[in-house]
Design a protein. Structure first.
Length: 124
């Protein structure tokens, strides 16, 4: 699954920050992070193959985790560069159409270390 800005309907003036299934099925649609349910009783289905868990973050945002074995892609794998796949992301809405995103790799989960996601810096 991928975390990306998407024009979901094609008519809105700004794209939504969405979680998108990498292996979609007939019922898959991009899901806005603003509409994700925070619950401990169920998963959020993205496709027949991918699901996520969503929790509240103490800092006012949400934490999105891929249901194993799937991870969240911040950048997709290209033919010449590997993508960035992470265990979980923390999304905090700063203002309308503006988000702060941090990610956590497998090695950082036990220590609780979050790294700020800066796509412009990471893609150099």
């Amino acid at each position: 699954m991928i975390l990306a800005f998407v024009h979901r309907t094609g008519t809105e003036p700004y794209p939504d920050l969405c979680v998108i299934a990498s292996r979609p099925d007939a019922f898959s649609v991009p899901v806005s992070v603003d509409s994700l349910p925070r619950t401990n009783c169920a998963i959020c289905r993205l496709s027949n193959y991918e699901s996520i868990l969503v929790d509240d973050d103490p800092n006012g945002g949400i934490i999105i985790r891929g249901v194993l074995p799937h991870k969240i892609e911040l950048t997709p794998t290209q033919t010449d560069t590997p993508g960035r796949k992470v265990n979980r992301v923390r999304v905090v809405k700063q203002a309308e159409h503006d988000y702060s995103v941090h990610y956590m790799q497998d090695k950082d989960v036990e220590a609780g270390i979050w790294t700020e996601w800066n796509p412009a810096k990471e893609q150099r």
